[in-house]
Design a protein around this ligand. Structure first.
Ligand SMILES: [Zn+2]
Length: 425
């Protein structure tokens, strides 16, 4: 895109004056960002670095242990392919005038069995960061229809990109390593930069250090985990007073997300989250888990109470509908069939026989009389009897199956239909 704003025009002109990446800088990337490989074909080993090959039958050379090339002396790791490209992103960090610059290079090693490896390197992006932390990116173009987000067009030029480029996945690329000789703006150093990026993309860390005093404070107080958590957190303000107490007490938060979870639970239990006794636990994980199980126990209790309440309410209706059948039971041999008299019994019957009597709300069915067939007080089958048609709808045992007593149970109920019909209102 053509530079439009004053700032974009300035950055394009600065970029033109920036010296190209040197060979030494490229070379450092090739040797430090990409590994060295060999390929095995039966008993022949091929060094993919220098092209040398040799016979070897040793079982000591494994994909884990790797080997050393007899020709170039490099330590090699096994590759499953004989022809391929290995790629990595690499950063060169410098300053130009009053700007911090992060240059992103796309490195490649082209392997071909039997030939020495070929290297290429292409500067694909430049992030320009001003003293206020505003980032302007120059980037080459990519193939639009590729399934890869970074299929760079080698022949394209570095062009200034609009602000929305920050939403593009290429903006998030974190270089695997950076060239050790770096130039850093004094302001960034003053704001706490100590040479480490802590898995942040360099331009993003610089931006945060220049524009966000919280990040500056977190970095200077070595609250790295919290700093990583902060960048993705939408409601950090509520933790900030507690974080400051940790900082004041020299307490390092080792796991930002667990600690924030823990603070949330402290709030739930009404604890003082400005008291170092609570916010600086010796064993964070242990205290977190302790509160968590306490909370889960309370939740369980709450849901039990809710269930009990709903059963009590359902029982009122059930009692009203079916109380004239209460006390009804028939016996034949050791089998007893009785009417369920409480909704709680529906739940117990369901649990015992592993069926859906309770969850499907059979106690609410106005025209159904639910009977339980038992031997020695243990439910064997549950019977649904239609009060409308005066007949058995179903009788089911464990897991909805019929038992060996099924027919006896049916016979017992059917021989007592006249008793049930007399009880109808
Ligand atoms: Zn070699």
């Amino acid at each position: 895109m053509k530079p439009k704003t004053k700032n974009q025009i300035r950055i394009v002109s600065l970029s033109e004056k920036l010296k190209p990446i040197t060979y030494a800088q490229m070379e450092y990337g090739w040797y430090n960002c990409l590994g060295n490989h060999f390929y095995r074909s039966r008993k022949t080993l091929f060094c993919l670095e220098c092209g040398h090959s040799w016979k070897n039958e040793s079982l000591l050379i494994t994909s884990v242990a790797g080997c050393e090339c007899l020709e170039c002396g490099k330590e090699l790791k096994q590759s499953p392919n004989a022809y391929y490209n290995q790629v990595a992103y690499y950063g060169v960090i410098t300053t130009f005038k009053d700007m911090q610059v992060v240059r992103i290079i796309y490195l490649q090693k082209h392997y071909k069995k039997g030939s020495p490896v070929a290297f290429t390197g292409l500067e694909v992006m430049q992030h320009w960061i001003d003293q206020d932390g505003n980032v302007t990116t120059m980037s080459r173009s990519v193939q639009g229809l590729s399934r890869y987000y970074d299929q760079w067009i080698t022949s394209s030029e570095l062009e200034v990109r609009p602000k929305q480029f920050a939403n593009c996945p290429r903006y998030d690329i974190v270089p695997f390593k950076c060239y050790p000789e770096r130039k850093i703006l004094p302001l960034i150093k003053r704001n706490g930069f100590n040479g480490h990026f802590y898995d942040f993309a360099p331009h993003k860390l610089f931006k945060l250090l220049l524009s966000d005093p919280i990040v500056e404070t977190l970095l200077k107080s070595k609250q790295i985990s919290m700093m990583k958590y902060y960048k993705d957190s939408y409601q950090f303000e509520k933790y900030w007073p507690s974080v400051k107490i940790c900082i004041r007490n020299g307490y390092i938060i080792k796991d930002g997300s667990i600690w924030c979870d823990y603070i949330d639970m402290l709030v739930n239990f009404g604890k003082d989250i400005r008291n170092s006794k609570y916010v600086c636990p010796d064993d964070l994980k242990k205290q977190h888990d302790k509160l968590l199980s306490k909370m889960m126990a309370i939740e369980k209790q709450k849901s039990l109470e809710a269930k009990r309440k709903s059963i009590d309410q359902a029982q009122e209706v059930y009692l009203d509908q079916k109380k004239q059948f209460f006390g009804l039971e028939f016996k034949e041999g050791n089998i007893k069939v009785k009417v369920l008299e409480h909704v709680r019994e529906f739940m117990e019957e369901s649990n015992e026989l592993n069926h859906c009597l309770f969850s499907n709300n059979y106690h609410k069915k106005e025209n159904a009389l639910i009977l339980s067939a038992r031997i020695n007080e243990r439910p064997i089958e549950t019977i649904e009897f239609s009060l409308k048609d005066l007949k058995i709808v179903q009788a089911r045992g464990y897991g909805n199956k019929a038992t060996e007593h099924h027919q006896a149970i049916i016979n017992l109920v059917e021989s007592n239909i006249h008793v049930i019909s007399k009880m109808l209102k």
